[in-house]
Ligand binder design. Structure first.
Ligand SMILES: CCCCCCCCCCCCCCCC(=O)SCCNC(=O)CCNC(=O)[C@H](O)C(C)(C)COP(=O)(O)OP(=O)(O)OC[C@H]1O[C@@H](n2cnc3c(N)ncnc32)[C@H](O)[C@@H]1OP(=O)(O)O
Ligand SMILES: NC(=O)C1=CN([C@@H]2O[C@H](COP(=O)(O)OP(=O)(O)OC[C@H]3O[C@@H](n4cnc5c(N)ncnc54)[C@H](OP(=O)(O)O)[C@@H]3O)[C@@H](O)[C@H]2O)C=CC1
Length: 606
């Protein structure tokens, strides 16, 4: 650390608060000026995370904590700031479970295993509060509301409907009206320090280049909210396409409206907006693996195997996988829902998905969920401590710093299936991207529908319930919903995110790492495929050798089928066409001549 460097503002801002503490801790009392700063910088840099310290003794309100991102956010908060006061969770009962039962199930999941070590009383830190964001008043009881208003210091608003086909009325209620209600609540919270709103990088996907600003909507969100009160469903459905305009769905449209609402209601509030792109499985946490050195780089799964002590190091990765020793309590790529790419990766791995209409050169702007969560927590800290004059927007994207395109990602996914095959595949995984609509329709008919119909026929004939055509219908719907995002590229400016990175202490850059440049796509995709197998499909790793055998069998069937098809077609052609017969005679005589020449020359040599 050179003394000539300007002090980062995180240090400057905390000096007033930290100075006496540092002196007490034994930092040289004579240290003054730059020496004092240096001491403090070193102390901070080595042992303290400013961000983690900020959340100490805080009462934090999270919406959407039962969702994919919310769970990871809750986990990281509890793990890095076990001294936080309380986390209020606005949630609803689901699947016959009460709030405490639901929360208990979440906290006892694998994701929270590490938290148990640092925060054994984590159950006491969580306070589930009944709320339904689908209701105009959020259905929070008076007593709960009282407590929330008087105690909350920080709000993370993650809840939303992320369904692309959500009817506009419902999407407006959840993504716009509920946000407005929460902001109203926030404005009555005397202890509130920051409100972090999670939006999406695609809220302005009708633009090619997206800046860190809130773009106005054609119709004022307040007018939309009002009109939803009195318009009937049929009219709402009719005007939906006109309202969403050049956006692909109600989700992106209502998330954009939500941002405008945040801007309009943010007058006296300290607010920040985060816009993540396509959120994928965890990358580094909470199940880390050490980086692969030298020639092993790019082979995290192999490294994991090599780290497994029960395994002789001379085994190759495949040998070790064969022995089923993978992941004895170690796991990566945590994911728990089918949204975004996860559902399609499963469909591809099971051999159901064979063709996707996508631009292979379009940027695949995937971002790991732990990166988004790290940025969210850093933003919460920065906004509360620095209180920027205007609402700052943070793009959490990968495309500008570490781009990967869909073509490359598709190949990496396919390569991962070779190493980590999924069990009981319908067909050999072999998905491909095509830009041409006609080619895509052809492959869908030949590779999706024809095998599904044939297989269902077989199931029916053998007295079983057909299910593949239903699955294909579902897959087609999902594909049609997601295709927009794999056929376009966007550019997001990231100056606020870059600025924040520079504001972090070295320790915070490590603990709350959101530097996507460090991500190795090959490792990440491999771990993602592995995480899906483990956490979503709940397949046993010891079944990998059998799954590989199955793939081999399917590959042989594929070769046999193609050869048989070729021979039959050829035979039919020869029987019907003089030209085909001539070609055939030419090939046969050519082969005969070549063989005779070869035999003659080898006899001469002998
Ligand atoms: C080679 C590999 C290529 C990879 C290529 C990746 C491209 C990947 C681009 C992503 C681009 C996102 C970019 C925006 C990122 C945000 O900002 S938003 C967050 C992402 N949001 C989403 O992904 C939501 C998308 N999903 C939906 O909108 C709806 O689920 C769908 C697709 C319209 C389906 O609706 P539905 O037919 O009514 O089905 P739904 O009731 O949801 O579920 C029915 C069944 O399907 C299952 N299911 C639900 N979703 C899915 C899914 N995505 N897949 C499969 N099954 C699903 C459910 O589990 C359920 O199963 P059961 O419980 O019946 O057994
Ligand atoms: N996943 C992604 O790819 C991306 C997500 N985002 C944004 O990130 C945020 C979190 O997304 P993600 O975690 O993936 O989404 P999930 O669908 O996994 O989670 C949504 C959360 O919202 C809650 N919720 C939905 N409806 C209600 C309701 N009526 N009352 C109370 N709670 C409700 C859900 O609760 P319940 O469990 O009860 O259903 C759940 O906790 C969203 O704002 C989303 O727009 C942005 C970019 C990409």
């Amino acid at each position: 650390m050179r003394l000539t460097q300007p002090l980062p503002s995180f240090l400057a801002s905390s000096l007033a608060h930290e100075q006496p503490q540092c002196l007490l801790r034994g930092t040289s009392p004579v240290a003054s000026g730059m020496n004092f700063f240096l001491e403090l910088w070193k102390t901070k840099g080595r042992i303290m995370s400013m961000i983690a310290a900020y959340y100490k003794n805080k009462s934090i309100l999270i919406t959407g904590a039962t969702g994919f991102m919310g769970k990871v956010l809750m986990e990281k908060l509890l793990r890095t700031s076990p001294d936080l006061k309380v986390i209020y969770i606005l949630m609803r009962p689901k699947a016959g479970q009460t709030l405490p039962q639901r929360m208990l199930q979440i906290l006892s999941s694998k994701l929270f295993e590490k938290v148990k070590e640092v925060c054994p009383n984590m159950h006491e830190k969580i306070r589930p509060i009944y709320a339904d964001l689908g209701q105009s008043d959020l259905a929070i009881s008076k007593e709960d509301m009282q407590e929330l208003l008087s105690c909350t210091n920080i709000i993370f608003h993650c809840a939303a409907t992320v369904r692309f086909d959500e009817p506009l009325r419902h999407a407006v209620q959840l993504n716009v009206t509920a946000t407005q209600q929460l902001l109203l609540m926030a404005s009555q919270m005397p202890k509130l320090e920051v409100f972090v709103h999670i939006s999406t990088a695609f809220s302005n996907c009708n633009l090619k280049h997206i800046d860190e600003v809130i773009y106005p909507c054609q119709v004022e969100p307040k007018k939309i909210i009002d009109s939803m009160q009195w318009l009937d469903d049929a009219i709402v459905d009719e005007i939906t396409p006109k309202l969403i305009g050049d956006r692909p769905n109600t989700y992106t449209y209502t998330k954009a409206l939500g941002e405008v609402v945040v801007q309009q209601e943010s007058e006296n509030l300290n607010i920040a907006i985060i816009r993540p792109s396509i959120v994928g499985a965890t990358w580094q946490e909470p199940f880390p693996v050490s980086p692969a050195p030298g020639p092993q780089a790019g082979l995290h799964v192999d490294l994991l195997l090599a780290q497994t002590s029960s395994c002789p190091s001379s085994f190759s990765s495949h040998e070790m996988l064969d022995k089923g020793v993978l992941l004895a309590g170690v796991s990566l790529g945590w994911v728990d829902n089918l949204n975004g790419p996860s559902g399609l990766i499963i469909a591809a791995g099971k051999g159901l998905l064979r063709s996707v209409k996508a631009a292979p050169m379009a940027v695949a702007d995937l971002i790991p969920v732990d990166t988004v969560v790290n940025l969210t927590l850093a933003v919460g800290w920065y906004t509360a401590v620095h209180r920027p004059q205007s609402t700052l927007i943070y793009h959490c994207t990968s495309g500008n710093l570490n781009p990967c395109n869909w073509g490359k990602m598709g190949l990496q996914i396919m390569a991962s299936f070779e190493k980590i095959p999924y069990e009981k595949p319908f067909r050999r995984p072999n998905a491909d991207f095509t830009t041409n609509t006609f080619t895509n329709q052809y492959w869908k008919a030949v590779s999706h529908w024809a095998p599904a119909i044939m297989y269902d026929l077989y199931l029916q004939l053998t007295g079983r319930k057909p299910r593949f055509t239903k699955l294909m219908n579902r897959l087609s719907k999902t594909l049609s919903m997601l295709e927009y995002f794999v056929n376009h590229s966007w550019e997001w400016s990231t100056s606020n995110t870059d600025m924040l990175m520079l504001e972090l202490s070295p320790e915070d850059q490590r603990v709350f790492n959101f530097d996507i440049r460090q991500l190795n796509w090959l490792d990440y995709i491999e771990n993602y495929v592995l995480g899906i197998k483990k956490y979503l499909l709940k397949e046993d790793m010891s079944g990998i050798p059998k799954a590989r055998q199955q793939l081999k069998k399917l590959r042989n069937i594929h070769y046999f089928f193609n050869t048989a098809l070729f021979l039959i077609t050829w035979r039919l052609l020869i029987a019907r066409s003089q030209m085909a017969r001539n070609v055939w005679l030419f090939i046969v005589s050519f082969c005969y001549k070549f063989l005779s020449y070869f035999r003659a020359s080898s006899t001469l040599k002998a």
